[in-house]
Design a protein around this ligand. Structure first.
Ligand code: SF4
Ligand code: SF4
Length: 142
């Protein structure tokens, strides 16, 4: 929600009827007080965005999402509190409770990655090794 306690769109110009979370749309007074014709037009927009999603058999998401190395996870919950998209939850495994990332909800912002005290969370394509290799390639033998 925004500071005025109304729901906030993902982007005021590019995604005006969508939330930051995929598959959730907004229109009308939930957004802010507006005239009825404007609310109706926005409702058409939200419905059409929902239909676009529902018309696909398969939903493609970003490959740059976080994953948890279960062996390193000590179930402290720091990643869960850091994630603003509710993309991480605990699951019971043979080794006890472990954090698991839902790749459909994950936006790849890396907040959980930075908070994990054991380095169990890693962002695909942006691991420490990936970044160090890029730095090595950029600076070469200098
Ligand atoms: S922050 Fe790291 S150690 Fe803590 S629950 Fe998340 S993945 Fe596990
Ligand atoms: S990268 Fe961001 S969105 Fe994805 S699980 Fe971590 S905190 Fe949540």
């Amino acid at each position: 929600m925004g500071p005025d306690d109304f729901f906030k769109e993902a982007h005021v110009k590019l995604r005006p009827v969508e939330f930051g979370t995929e598959g959730v749309y907004l229109c009308g007074l939930a957004h802010y007080p507006k005239h009825i014709p404007e609310a109706i037009n926005q409702a058409y927009g939200a419905a059409s965005r929902a239909l676009t999603l529902l018309s696909h058999d398969i939903v493609t998401v970003s490959g740059s999402v976080c994953e948890v190395d279960e062996k390193k996870c000590m179930a402290c919950g720091a990643c869960i509190s850091a994630c603003t998209y509710n993309a991480i939850e605990f699951r019971a495994t043979r080794q006890g409770k472990k954090a698991v990332v839902n790749p459909v909800l994950c936006k790849g912002d890396g907040l959980c990655n930075a908070k994990c005290p054991t380095g169990a969370v890693f962002l695909k394509h942006f691991t420490d090794e990936d970044l160090l290799s890029q730095i090595d390639a950029a600076v070469g033998d200098v």
